[in-house]
Design a protein around this ligand. Structure first.
Ligand code: ZN
Length: 124
């Protein structure tokens, strides 16, 4: 499923055009599915608080992905700022890995104390 709509994204201040929104939103949503081991989709259907938290995370990850793909297209670029989102990377090669890590942090932050254990790994 997609965790946010273009209207939600635009209302949150997102500036990616609607033409690019679809692919970025599905990528962001897959990252949420991966981070929550597939638990988010069924849970969000019945839990408004988590659904809203995940929509918030989704809009932020879209901005992150948009900025990361922009910086990835610029050889040697090691930092980016887009939609008010600013991240610096050690090297260009680490952009994708850093974006994945950032996305996880966004999800973790949006879920706060994660009261419904969407991020629970069973160990740790
Ligand atoms: Zn919940």
């Amino acid at each position: 499923m997609l965790y946010c709509t273009y209207d939600q994204y635009a209302a949150a201040g997102g500036t990616v055009p609607e033409t690019a929104f679809g692919v970025l939103c599905s990528r962001a949503s897959r990252m949420i599915d991966a981070a929550t081991f597939g638990r988010a989709e069924s849970h969000a259907a019945g839990c408004e608080a988590c659904r809203e938290a995940l929509a918030d995370a989704c809009t932020q990850i879209i901005s992150l992905l948009s900025a990361a793909s922009a910086v990835g297209a610029v050889p040697g670029a090691a930092s980016f700022s887009n939609d008010g989102y600013s991240v610096a990377f050690g090297s260009n090669a680490s952009v994708a890995a850093a974006a994945r890590q950032e996305a996880y942090e966004i999800i973790r932050t949006a879920l706060g104390s994660d009261p419904h254990d969407l991020l629970y790994r069973g160990i740790l």
